[in-house]
Write a protein that binds this ligand. Sequence first.
Ligand code: NAP
Length: 251
Amino acid sequence: MGNAFDLSGKVAIVTGANTGIGQGIAIALAEAGADIAAVGRSTADETVERVRAMGRRAINISADLATIEPVGRIVEESVAGLGGVHILVNNAGIIRRADSIDFTEADWDAVIDTNLKSAFFLAQAAARRMIAQGHGKIINIASMLSFQGGIRVPSYTASKSGIAGLTKLMANEWAAKGINVNAIAPGYIATNNTEALRDDEKRNAEILGRIPAARWGDPADLGGAAVFLSSSAANYVHGHILAVDGGWLAR
Ligand code: NAP
């Protein structure tokens, strides 16, 4: 099949690419040949440097995805700086923890706005361009809480269950226009997002005890799935939520 995983000549927008899963995915896409537009409220200088060291192009696009105000500009800056948009990875996300009985509207809105609303409208902005060019790949970052309820994270569960539904909806509308919309559902990955869980000895032991692979995931563990879903190897894969979870859901 030649190298169906080759991403040479492709431009990928990755949100939240300065750290964690977004950084792991940006590096993996660049290793497969893609140029990277690293979007975030913090600049992704380390990611950009690592991508350039591989001989790929990379730019920072400064944007706060707490609102949808920057979505059009993100696509425009990617086109102006790197010549196009072929892949979008909707990775930026936050979590707020509190008992549901005490959960505040502020913690509800902050998580839904960033994880769900901005992800949808950035996908819409990218899809307008992808439909015009006849092809594109959109990857949303889901969660185990796209399948399970979780505990003490109501807005996060709602956002990640929502992103799974939207992944299927967008696939239904855009598959025939040459766009593949899929999601990756990471299991428990060692990043800033899960630091509080890993620091809690009891929760850490409970989580590890349930993971068949018997270890936390590393951001690099998401790279293979991201390259696959970004590549022509996945041209007939639509609306799928791909768990990369060390076996968590199998348990
Ligand atoms: P992380 O290390 O906390 O990274 C989150 C990224 O999102 C950072 O780059 C952050 O930028 C960015 N971000 C947050 N709010 C933003 C905003 N308003 N505007 C622009 N960028 C914003 O967490 P992570 O674990 O890598 O999470 C990445 C994605 O994976 C999230 O969608 C998360 O829900 C999902 N996920 C994580 C796990 C896990 O176990 N870690 C499991 C399932 C799903 P700053 O550095 O500027 O804050």
